[in-house]
Design a protein around this ligand. Structure first.
Ligand code: 9MR
Length: 768
């Protein structure tokens, strides 16, 4: 356990023709613009590395894949690209033999047209496995007669005697013609500086403020004296004014900022703006119905990412519909009959179903458990918290196939994942019976875009781990108590699985997944499972009432240690004890009153810390400034909001509620980038998250993420090539880029959308 997920470097490689890394193009629809200095800084004296880049000498030494015959047409090299290929690298035009020197920067430039608008991959890379990319750009190619030249600057990370330039032009359903001219690659370039487009310096919650909630914002300004803020109605009339409070330099952003507070203004409406010093914020609403669609959209995320079932247009709309993935049909080797990794076991499991973890097609018990548990807790909260609305999560509340079956839809959705988790348990009679396999995923990393049903990789089970086993135990224990009224047989299956898993974990307390196991899927390694033991014991105690589990809690080193149970940097897949503590504090049980009260006090103590963090932050973030913005920082903030919301449920103290809402202000646009991290919410929002199907940035025929998908958020560790290249030197809360290949800042995952769903549900309940 640690206070936050550690920064681990994960590089993805494609099996063929190169992983995509850096991009310098301004992509259509991207809200965060790139500053590309084009050929600026190119040393015209540096030798031209491309041979016959103007095609004056015919086609040599250019090459192309067999499926895309090319020829010189009007002085350009034109390839006939077939329809029906899946990957960009299924059709390539390229040139080999390019010498590159480590540390040297280069400018690649070219001009291209296509007979249909397409997006291609432009890679400079190692000409053999593992196809390491030095440049990996994503370039939209238009159909017009006078195309603009495209250029990219990159710095070689190694020496090459013969690198490869590859225009990857496949991946389209229909055939088209691709033509190239004036291709050039020269050394001596100055690397471009990336400048995020942060829009107005006046930052507000771009969705809006609850009528009776706090209404604060932030202005970036060098002024050292207060400025006047002016609240304007949709027609521009001034409705209220006041003075800003200079707040010095905000450490998270290195911006000099002021804060402002709209105070008592509480007239409902839309299209409000705040003007300060001639600058105007994005528009926002004041009202009471700001979170109901977010509640259902955040939950719809899970249906969208179901594995093993067709995602139907009637529930998600035509653009998000897709065939079922990993059914052992077509391209898929599938999840119905999954072997262990070679030499690890000699059985196979039917492990179909569940949710894909994230932008990849992996399914991880260690992370899947906390995600489903937070959905179950969103539901369980409606049984325990005053004012929580069960109907809003009930049967008919979500657009899913199980609607109308008499079971709350959130439980139907959670069951899809629970059934998968149960399938990951080692069967009786096998070695390590009762433990859970840590994860199941592709043997090798696949590229983007790739629909789940088109994934051709073999699927494999990783060995069982103690962490996964306890994750299963905890989630299944919660399942056992919540499904009893709806399906007693299923609830009993969960109970048996949970108890069997607990016993297996106790018998095998130190089976840790390897941190180096990151080929084809994430490692999710964890070598401190005291928190998983704590969480599982809590859920098992609540479900069974058996004192042995209570004794395990009382005997835990974490017991009574608020910072260990609720780390200031947030709960996560590596820090799960707080999930158990929240359940113990809220779910009625046989716990002696004094012990339950102590746990409640612990929730409030942790929440007091987050209230103080929010007050100390110029952007109101309930997150300690010194905790670090790590991979998935938005989920760390969301999990602090879960603790705050629970504290509010327990105490009725509005300070906790207000800090939750301040957290939403940050996530929905009142932040250093002036960007809402939730797709579809606010005026300027993340929409190019890392996902293999929601990959419109790579192929306009594919959708963007649907509304309600939260991006991972700023990650100061710069753990992907795009972040390394574009964000070097960034202030912590600005280490983010809305680019599909920045998986370390811009992925989506079930364990980030799950706390979003919890908190949106909480916030929607505030207004009845
Ligand atoms: O969310 C995980 C983060 O805490 C880790 O630092 C990172 C590197 O190990 O992995 C993240 O999880 C990814 C997982 O490994 C694979 N699926 C996508 C997940 C989100 O990026």
């Amino acid at each position: 356990m640690s206070s936050a997920p550690p920064g681990r470097h994960r590089r993805r490689r494609l099996p063929a023709a190169g992983a995509v890394t850096a991009v310098t193009a301004l992509l259509a629809g991207s809200l965060v613009a790139f500053t590309s200095t084009a050929t600026a800084g190119t040393d015209e004296e540096a030798p031209e590395l491309i041979v016959n880049g103007d095609f004056a000498d015919g086609t040599d030494p250019w090459w192309w894949t067999e499926d895309s015959p090319a020829a010189i047409v009007d002085g350009r090299l034109c390839a006939e690209v077939p329809g029906g290929t899946i990957n960009a690298w299924d059709a390539i035009v390229g040139q080999d033999g390019l010498p590159l020197a480590e540390g040297e920067s280069y400018t690649l430039s070219y001009t291209a047209t296509a007979s249909a608008p397409v997006t291609i991959r432009t890679n400079v890379q190692l000409a053999e496995e593992p196809w390491t990319t030095e440049l990996a750009a994503v370039d939209p190619i238009g159909t017009g007669p006078d195309p603009e030249p495209i250029s990219h600057i990159f710095t070689a990370g190694a020496d090459y005697t013969a690198a490869q330039l590859a225009f990857q032009i496949g991946g389209y359903a229909d055939p088209y013609t691709f033509c190239l001219e004036n291709v050039s690659l020269r050394g001596g370039a100055e690397p471009p500086v990336y400048e995020p487009d942060t829009g107005s310096p006046v930052r507000v919650n771009q969705v809006g403020y609850l009528t009776e909630g706090p209404k604060q914002g932030t202005v970036v300004s060098d002024s050292t004296t207060p400025l006047t803020w002016s609240l304007r109605g949709a027609d521009g009339t001034e409705l209220a004014t006041g003075s800003t409070t200079p707040a010095g330099v905000d450490d998270s952003s290195a911006q000099h900022v002021h804060t402002f507070d709209l105070g008592e203004f509480a007239t409902e409406g839309e299209g409000y703006t705040v003007a300060v010093d001639g600058e105007v914020s994005e528009p926002f609403a004041i009202g009471d119905d700001l979170y109901s669609s977010l509640r259902t959209d955040a939950l719809a995320y899970f249906y969208h990412n179901r594995s093993g079932i067709e995602i139907e247009a009637q529930y998600v709309g035509a653009q998000y519909a897709r065939p079922a993935g990993h059914l052992n049909e077509g391209a898929n080797q599938g999840d119905y009959d999954v072997p262990c990794r070679p030499g690890q076991c000699d059985y196979r499991l039917d492990a179909h179903g569940g949710w894909y973890d994230a932008g990849d097609h992996g399914k991880y018990v260690v992370n899947g458990g906390i995600s489903v548990a937070q959905l179950l807790s969103s539901y369980e909260r409606t049984l325990t918290a005053e004012g929580a609305d069960g109907d809003a999560l009930g049967d008919g509340s979500l657009a899913i196939p199980e609607q109308g079956n008499g079971v709350p839809d959130i439980l139907d959705e959670a069951r899809w994942q629970l059934e998968f988790l149960l399938r990951m348990q080692v069967p009786a009679g096998e070695p390590l019976a009762g433990m859970a396999h840590h994860k199941l995923h592709d043997r090798q990393w696949t590229g983007l875009p790739l629909r789940p049903d088109q994934d051709p990789q073999p699927r494999e089970l990783a060995p069982p781990s103690t962490a996964a086993t306890l994750n299963l135990a905890a989630a299944a224990a919660q399942c056992a108590r919540l499904y009893t009224p709806y399906d007693a047989e299923f609830a009993q299956r969960c109970a048996t699985a949970a108890e069997t898993a607990w016993d297996a974990a106790v018998a095998n307390p130190e089976r840790y997944a390897s941190p180096d196991d990151g080929q084809g899927g994430g490692a999710y390694s964890d070598d401190d499972v005291r928190d998983e033991f704590y969480w599982a014991a809590a859920e098992l105690f609540l479900t069974t009432g058996e004192d042995g589990y209570r004794q395990a809690l009382l005997g835990s080193e974490l017991h009574g240690d608020t910072e260990a149970v609720f780390p200031p940097g947030g709960l996560s897949w590596q820090s799960t004890a707080g999930l158990g503590a929240l359940s113990l504090a809220t779910v009625p049980s046989a716990l002696p009153a004094a012990e339950r009260d102590a746990l409640r006090a612990q929730v409030l103590e942790a929440a007091d810390g987050f209230v103080a963090d929010s007050a100390a932050s110029a952007y109101g973030v309930p997150f300690p400034a010194d905790s670090g913005y790590v991979w998935g920082s938005n989920s760390q903030i969301l999990n602090n909001m879960v603790v705050l919301g629970t504290a509010h449920d327990l105490s009725g103290d509005d300070r906790y509620r207000d800090a939750v809402l301040r957290g939403f202000d940050y996530l929905l646009g009142a932040n250093p980038l002036n960007l809402s991290y939730v797709t579809g919410y606010g005026e300027r929002y993340a929409q190019n998250q890392h996902h293999r199907f929601w990959a419109a940035q790579l192929n306009p025929a594919l959708p963007h993420p649907p509304p309600g998908s939260v991006a991972g958020g700023p990650n100061q560790e710069l753990q992907d090539p795009i972040a390394e290249e574009k964000l070097a030197g960034c202030a912590p809360a600005m280490c983010y880029i809305d680019h599909i290949e920045s998986y370390a800042t811009n992925e989506v995952t079930i364990n980030w959308n799950a706390p979003l769903a919890w908190v949106a549900s909480y916030a929607d309940d505030l207004t009845g």
